[in-house]
Design a protein around this ligand. Structure first.
Ligand SMILES: *Cc1c(COP(=O)(O)O)cnc(C)c1O
Length: 726
């Protein structure tokens, strides 16, 4: 274990004068007694979705808060002593701390531990907050939002994942426009994690047989409101160096690493639940990564019922397991070469399942007659779970077609047993504090609960005052511009300006100009190139004297995806005798914090995936709840959300062939911008307000907030998936 890691659990320091000081064991520093509750608050991510929780830490020392990248544990260690004791004398501040601590106590007080059904939720990544860098993108953010809504709704759910010691990479763009990756050892900073220990104070561990060795994993607890998230970690002294790195990087390793990671998650995860005395009614496998858990459940069954065979065991397992798929293409699903997979599983494990190698491999094959086929985690999950679902209506349909070959008896895809539960996002995580304040003024204290009642919410939202919405939005846009200027200021001088680095940021971006945000992973199907497919036409819009447009880009390319990196480089190299240089920016290192500024502050959120590849998409939902208008290809969630008056649609016809579709969609993208988006935005009344635009903002808030809230999503899972018995 690293020095820093042992720091987290060190308990060596004792208190001095308990009247005024408590030397905090874990922070290893002196915190004034009046502020000691900050320590408790920092240990539960509840603060991160409460504006009064966030502001508590920010106001402690704003510069330091940003330097610590909004990590309250780190802040409490780094904040200056003088500042800390100054704050302790500030009655107003101390009162805020006390009130928030009480609020957290009340929130946590509701007992959920006996409630049925008891859910175990498995996912390979969790994006709870950017201070816990345990996610790469949409899947993780979705899982984080699932936990927050489960907490808010008082659902009895325990979450299982992995703790990646080096997290996901940090992105920098070099002067030649090429993406560079850097990994931080996350134990270098304080995290809101507690090592899980038994009553005797020893770490709770489990082990999984990997590469001929018993690999030991410990567990870290992250508290997400009332939900407990356990993260398995193989960085234990008794493991070999190689095994300690199993939970090293998120999606960073080769396929063998991937298999063993998924063994730790699936098999180790079930074993951890047992160690903790948790016996769930339902196991929710969020994406195929955790599908090995079904094998462990079968093994458990056969241990108790020694006379049963695998088929009987599988039937029992199936009663308890449900699966969500997130990928609309076969190649996007985890697939392993048979030899490689067999290498990673011991003969004893297969024996304990009463399976031959071939029977085992067949479990992961869509087409069971093909004995060369790779082992897929999605076929395994579909076979071993009583319910499977996609993440939007369209994605459900696409998944039924994709996996029709698993059901040779079925005549058509419509009969394939895959349903859908459309994704959602967590309102108070993604709605800007000032918009929340506006909602609170308009709907009252319970505005957030009201989003669960679509017709009441809509009635209220349509009567929001135009000027209130517009002014609040303009405030957020000004904040975004300040953020952009700060983030793109050149770190060293002497280089020519690029869109990610400016030597002089003062002229960068103007509040009155229509601002379009485009931020997402740089994956081929997201079609970053579409907007550059006609550069002169793009620059004409940017350069327009009366009705200009500004663009903000952000997003990471997968470290091994050279084509995606080349796309980014192309974007960085657009260098023109035009306004492009100060009306377009690229923000490095897209994460939740950057996402928040963007989805809250731009006017338009653009999305141009190649249909039907966007299983759902969630960033547009975040934007909509802030009154930002979606301008998107009709795919994933937007097919369900778009009603002609709450945003803009790109391309509506399905045409044959990728090239033809790209061409048509590019044309639709440009003409919709020129003929609809831009004129609507700049069409101002006598009061200076764009009435039609604001009507659309209100419509978006009214119709999309309840429909795409993760509260609605989790309630759907509860009533349609968790509680239903087939
Ligand atoms: C919301 C979010 C995503 C997912 O957005 P998509 O629209 O599904 O691409 C990815 N990364 C971050 C940081 C996010 O906040």
């Amino acid at each position: 274990m690293t020095e820093a890691a042992s720091n987290i659990s060190s308990q060596a320091v004792t208190a001095t004068n308990p009247e005024y000081f408590r030397t905090d064991f874990e922070l290893a520093r002196t915190v004034p007694h009046a502020l000691i509750q900050l320590e408790t608050i920092s240990r539960n991510f509840y603060w991160s979705w409460q504006p009064d929780g966030v502001s508590l830490f920010r106001d402690l020392e704003p510069d330091m808060w940003d330097k610590c990248e909004q990590n309250p544990r780190l802040l409490l260690r780094k904040v200056s002593g003088v500042r800390l004791f100054q704050r302790a004398l500030d009655k107003d501040y101390v009162g805020r701390v006390e009130r928030f601590a009480e609020k957290l106590g009340r929130y946590n007080a509701e007992e959920v531990s006996d409630k049925k059904p008891r859910i175990a939720y498995f996912c390979a990544e969790y994006g709870v907050h950017n201070s816990l860098p345990n996610y790469s993108g949409g899947l993780g953010i979705l899982a984080g939002d699932h936990l927050k809504s489960a907490s808010d709704l008082g659902i009895n759910l325990t979450a299982i994942g992995l703790l990646y010691r080096f997290g996901y990479f940090r992105q920098r763009i070099s002067h030649d426009g090429w993406q560079q990756e850097a990994y931080n050892d996350i134990f270098d900073s304080e995290l809101a994690l507690t090592l899980v220990k038994d009553n005797g104070g020893a770490p709770v561990t489990i082990s999984v047989h990997i590469r001929g060795r018993e690999v030991v994993a410990q567990a870290w607890l992250a508290e997400v409101g009332r939900i407990k998230l356990y993260l398995l970690d193989t960085n234990r002294p008794e493991n070999t160096e190689v095994d300690r790195l199993i939970t090293g990087h998120l999606y960073g390793g080769d396929t063998e690493t991937r298999i063993v990671q998924e063994k730790v998650l699936g098999i180790g995860g079930v074993r951890l639940l047992r160690k903790l005395g948790i016996d769930p009614d339902v196991y929710h496998l969020n994406e195929g990564h955790a599908a090995f858990s079904t094998l462990e459940l079968a093994r458990e069954h056969l241990q108790t019922f020694a006379d049963d065979d695998f088929e009987v065991a599988a039937r029992e397992v199936k009663k308890k397991c449900v699966f969500t798929t997130h990928t609309p293409v076969a190649a996007g699903n985890d697939m392993f070469a048979p030899e490689e997979l067999i290498e990673c599983f011991s003969k004893e494990f297969l024996d304990s399942l009463k399976l031959t190698e071939n029977e085992f491999l067949t479990l992961g094959r869509a087409d069971i007659s093909d004995d060369k086929a790779y082992f897929g985690m999605t076929p395994l999950a579909i076979k071993m779970c009583r319910s499977s679902n996609g993440v939007s209506e369209k994605h459900g349909e696409v998944s039924r077609e994709l996996w029709l070959n698993m059901f040779p008896d079925l005549a058509d895809a419509g009969a394939v047993p895959i349903t859908s539960v459309t994704n959602g996002v967590h309102p108070s995580t993604w709605i800007a504090p000032s918009i929340q304040e506006l909602y609170q003024k308009h709907f009252g204290e319970g505005w957030c609960e009201m989003t669960r009642d679509p017709s009441r919410w809509a009635d209220g939202a349509f009567s929001l005052l135009d000027s209130d919405i517009w002014q609040t939005h303009q405030g957020l846009k000004a904040l975004l511009i300040a953020f952009i200027r700060e983030r793109t200021r050149a770190k060293d001088t002497g280089e020519t300006d690029t869109i990610n680095e400016h030597t002089d940021t003062r002229g960068l971006f103007v509040p009155d100009v229509l601002t379009i945000g485009f931020a997402r992973r740089v994956a081929a199907y997201k079609r970053w190139d579409l907007i550059f497919s006609d550069l002169p036409r793009l620059l004409k819009m940017v350069d327009s004297h009366e009705r200009p447009v500004q663009f903000i880009f952000a997003g990471k390319a997968h470290p091994q995806d050279k084509a995606a990196k080349a796309t980014l480089q192309k974007l960085m190299s657009i260098n023109h005798d035009s306004n492009w240089q100060h009306r377009a920016v690229f923000i490095e290192d897209y994460d939740q914090e950057v996402a928040r500024y963007l989805v809250q502050g731009v006017d338009v959120w653009m999305n141009v995936p190649r249909r039907p590849m966007e299983a759902s998409g969630t960033s547009g939902m975040k934007a909509a709840m802030n009154g930002v208008l979606n301008f998107s290809v009709l795919d994933g969630w937007w097919i369900e959300g778009y009603n002609h008056e709450n945003g803009f649609a790109i391309g509506d016809v399905d045409v044959e062939g990728e090239a033809e579709m790209d061409k048509r969609d590019a044309e639709s993208l440009f003409s919709t911008l020129e003929n609809e988006v831009i004129p609507t935005y700049y069409d101002r009344g006598e009061d200076g307000l764009p009435a039609d635009w604001i009507a659309r903002m209100k419509n978006a808030i009214a119709t999309l907030t309840p429909q795409f809230s993760s509260d609605r999503m989790v309630n759907d899972y509860l009533s349609r998936i968790y509680e239903s018995e087939e």
